[in-house]
Write a new protein. Structure first.
Length: 124
């Protein structure tokens, strides 16, 4: 099990109950093991962060980014967060909300490709 801050449990529950439209749409494509039969979790605490989606079998984190992620401060925060998650051996995929809402098939295709590649690398 990946390390997480127990104090984030309630915050992650709150986020699951208040997902953005982009998160809801992407979740509809990830839930119920729709991609290669793999389990994804939403609003999952990892380290001191809450990631939007997490697939432990593929060592994958997926983030749906709103406009706040594209400010100077947001980009710095993303970089620090992505580096910390990479230290755990996790790959982080980021999509902006517009991509998810307007190009969901491309987003799902990219997720499928990365999951497939990660699983293939693990079996080598």
């Amino acid at each position: 099990m990946r390390p997480y801050n127990k104090n984030l449990k309630q915050a992650s529950r709150d986020l699951r109950n208040n997902m953005t439209e982009a998160e809801k749409l992407l979740w509809s494509k990830l839930q119920n093991k729709q991609i290669l039969g793999l389990q994804f979790y939403r609003q999952k605490p990892l380290l001191n962060f809450i990631v939007d989606f997490y697939c432990p079998s593929a060592n994958l984190v997926i983030e749906c980014d709103g406009s706040q992620h594209y400010t100077e401060e947001g980009l710095d925060t993303n970089r620090v967060r992505d580096e910390a998650l990479a230290q755990l051996g996790l790959k982080v995929l980021r999509f902006d909300n517009w991509q998810v809402l307007n190009e969901i098939d491309r987003v799902v295709e990219k997720v499928f490709e990365v999951v497939y590649q990660n699983l293939d690398c693990q079996s080598d």
